[in-house]
Design a protein around this ligand. Structure first.
Ligand code: TYM
Length: 339
């Protein structure tokens, strides 16, 4: 049977190069390798977006971004998390096996609370990994492509699925899950080493919450400004430049096509002519590379923004398909726990 691939992206703001190279590019590749389901995590987004009109707008824009970047509704199921009501039920039932201690050590929760200086974080943010595990388990997924920041969430999903299976399925043995099948399948995480952590302008992980992004669909002038503000060191233009911990170098490597990067790499490592070897020059190259890489997607994005009815039709038919995948799983869950 074709393997089932599942992943989601929060509709909490503008998408950036980290989302693309860390996740969405992989989604596009995988849509031909199995039965792929991709969704807009608009319930998760409610932990940070507190305005209804904005929440709706961002959900729509994320759907448009998926389509513009090459997700194809004929090959993959694209849907909105909130269009599958079964998710709420699974979220609750799964919560009954989740150890609080796991949630207390969730990196993403700690990061968000520390970064934003939140004094009294809400339950929704705390329980975020439970909803995410429900997303993963509800569709019997085999493979979940994500960036490194989501790996711990995947481990939780596997641990809780195992716990649930052990509690409710007599004879279930986590060492031999094929012998007596569990209620839940245990999915595996898929991260590519070279894009697991795409650096932001300041060299930390690129993230909306760090304010260090290069955006995929912002106005071009803004993107140019973002690229100009990528942090560099004080190596003079005519000197060879270090390649370690240099976000500009790492971004060039991701964005430029292979032969163009090989030229840039040579110039970077050798130094020489100050006009063509200074950081300003490389920033220009990165901006040009960005325009080449995303020009078509950006044009398509603008077109699709004008056609909300078409996007809505795509999401509605995706939701129907997603619910059909969810139905047998939720039936097994209800049977197992006695609902
Ligand atoms: P989100 O919306 O923060 O990010 C979407 C995807 O982009 C990846 N990503 C990165 N990868 C590499 N480098 C970066 N700088 C970078 N920034 C973001 C993320 O790892 C992710 O794969 N909780 C999830 C959404 C979600 C989900 C799910 C994902 C909800 N339910 C079920 C998979 C399965 C999130 O907030 O991702």
């Amino acid at each position: 049977m074709a393997q089932r691939i599942l992943s989601g992206v929060q509709s909490s703001g503008r998408l950036h190069l980290g989302n693309y190279y860390g996740a969405i590019r992989e989604f596009v590749r995988l849509q031909d390798e199995g039965e792929a389901l991709y969704f807009i995590a608009n319930y998760h987004a409610l932990t940070s977006v507190r305005d209804a009109a904005l929440a709706r707008r961002l959900t729509f824009e994320t759907a448009v971004a998926f389509l513009a970047l090459g997700l194809d509704p004929a090959r993959a199921t694209l849907f909105r998390q909130s269009d599958v009501p079964e998710i709420g039920e699974l979220y609750w039932v799964l919560g009954t096996v989740v150890p609080l201690s796991n949630l207390h050590r969730a990196h993403s929760f700690k990061d968000k609370v520390n970064n934003k200086g939140i004094e009294d974080p809400e339950f929704g943010l705390f329980a975020y990994p439970v909803l995410m595990a429900a997303d993963i388990l509800l569709y019997d997924s085999d493979v979940v492509p994500v960036g490194r920041d989501q790996r711990q969430h995947l481990e939780f999903a596997r641990d809780w699925a195992t716990k649930f299976n052990m509690r409710y399925v007599p004879g279930y043995d986590p060492q031999e899950p094929e012998r007596v099948p569990g209620v839940f399948k245990l999915p595996s995480v898929r991260t590519r080493d070279e894009t697991a952590v795409v650096p932001g302008r300041d060299g930390q992980k690129m993230s909306k919450s760090y304010g260090n992004t290069v955006d995929l669909f912002a106005p071009e002038r803004e993107v140019e400004k973002q690229i100009k503000s990528v942090k560099t060191d004080s190596t003079p233009p005519d000197q060879p430049k270090p390649t370690e911990n240099q976000p500009l170098y790492q971004l060039l490597k991701l964005v430029l096509p292979e032969p163009a990067f090989a030229d840039a790499d040579r110039a970077w490592r050798t130094g020489g002519d100050p006009k063509t070897n200074g950081y300003g020059y490389f920033k220009g190259l990165l901006f040009e590379g960005y325009r080449q890489a995303f020009g078509t997607a950006r044009a398509r994005y603008d077109e699709l923004l004008q056609d909300p009815a078409e996007v809505e039709r795509t999401l509605a038919s995706g939701a129907q398909r997603a619910r059909a995948f969810a139905a047998p799983v939720i039936r097994r869950v209800r049977d197992a726990v006695g609902l």
